[in-house]
Design a protein around this ligand. Structure first.
Ligand code: PLP
Length: 347
């Protein structure tokens, strides 16, 4: 079996007592955007994290977090989640035979993600409050009841997530020149940066990418430099007002010479449609913030010709069918006869 713990075990804090948990996560495709890339005049690829076993990059860190929880003797895991963390936690806990408790902000979780947490057998608790409140409660549950918390406050999550940066370098033969990535709790951007730096130290890359972190304009604490008490965006996976890993992410962006920028919900949804209709790639709204951000830079100052860019598509479009259905042209229904079909097809 070839998951993160097997392929990158040498770079991760494994001991003999760490169970080699795996759902064969990672090794996701790095898809060249042949149509959009040539229009923009750059070498643009997307890291399609929707191809992970639970459909998002969260699997990379969760496999390590749950393995380490087992190693430390934890009897159950708990997390707060905008959806994908809960899906990953529930799946790896199921695989490992551990109970899993997930706290979700009521009414704000995409349907696919909720379906996953339920079918994997997690105890799902819907909290009448936003993600940041749910996280406070999960931390409390962890302290009071001794459950292992597997949110990105858990250091193993970010360590496992470095593997995406390593895979990109392994495939490109070097780091990209620029990395564009959606930012919610700001763990993933920090993990990528740590991963690139680690590979730099090991001599596996000759350069480090400029890190561009993209937030939704209704939940843009890192762009505006202030917390958002009522974050709001169609991109529910990045609907976060107080990013836990804000400091690390600021460090990553600063050291790399990059920046944070925000995009509107309209820009996010337009990027989602563009990606699907021009490239045949379906990613959930939060993921498409990366492409929306890149398009914004292109419109603003332009992109250096031929630049080697990777945009991270963090989660699968199937996670959030409502977001896609809400903006797609409606179907036509016809009687079951050739006459009706011919009419429709020749319109
Ligand atoms: C979790 C998640 C994000 C945000 O990642 P952070 O590490 O919280 O910044 C973005 N997109 C998707 C699909 C996610 O599941």
């Amino acid at each position: 079996m070839r998951g993160i713990l097997h392929r990158y075990g040498d770079l991760l804090p494994l001991t003999e007592a760490t169970p080699r948990l795996s759902l064969c996560e990672g090794q996701t495709p790095l898809i060249p955007l042949t149509n959009l890339g040539s229009e923009l005049g750059v070498d643009l690829r997307v890291k399609f994290e929707g191809a992970n076993p639970t459909g998002s990059f969260k699997d990379r860190g969760m496999v390590l977090a749950v393995a380490k929880a087992i190693e430390s003797g934890a009897k159950a895991v708990v997390c707060a989640s905008t959806g994908n963390t809960s899906a990953a936690a529930a799946a790896y806990a199921a695989r490992a035979g551990l109970p899993c408790f997930v706290l979700l902000p009521a009414g704000k979780v995409a349907r696919g993600k909720l379906a996953q947490a339920l079918i994997y057998g997690a105890r799902v608790v819907s909290v009448r409050g936003n993600f940041d409140r749910a996280l406070d409660l999960a931390k409390q549950a962890s302290e009071e009841l001794g459950l292992a918390i597997v949110n990105s406050v858990n250091p193993y999550r970010l360590l496992g997530q470095q593997s995406a940066a390593w895979e990109i370098c392994d495939e490109l033969g070097d780091a990209p020149e620029r990395l564009v990535i959606p930012v919610g709790n700001a763990g993933n951007i920090s993990a990528y940066w740590a991963g690139f730096k680690k590979y730099g130290e090991l001599g596996q890359t000759t350069r480090l990418p400029e890190m561009i972190g993209v937030q939704a304009s209704g939940a843009a604490p890192l762009v505006e430099g202030r917390p958002f008490d009522e974050p709001e965006t169609v991109a529910t996976a990045i609907r976060i007002g107080r990013p836990v890993n804000a400091e690390k992410a600021r460090g990553a962006v600063g050291e790399s010479g990059g920046r944070f920028l925000s995009v509107t919900d309209e820009e996010i949804l337009a990027a989602q449609r563009l990606l699907a209709s021009r490239e045949g790639i379906f990613a959930e709204p939060a993921s498409c913030a990366s492409l929306a951000g890149l398009l914004k830079i292109h419109e603003g100052e332009g992109l250096p010709q031929g630049q080697i860019i990777t945009a991270v598509l963090t989660g699968n479009g199937l996670k959030d069918p409502d977001a896609a259905m809400g903006q797609s042209s409606t179907m036509v229904e016809i009687d079951d006869c050739w006459q009706s079909l011919r009419e429709v097809l020749s319109r």
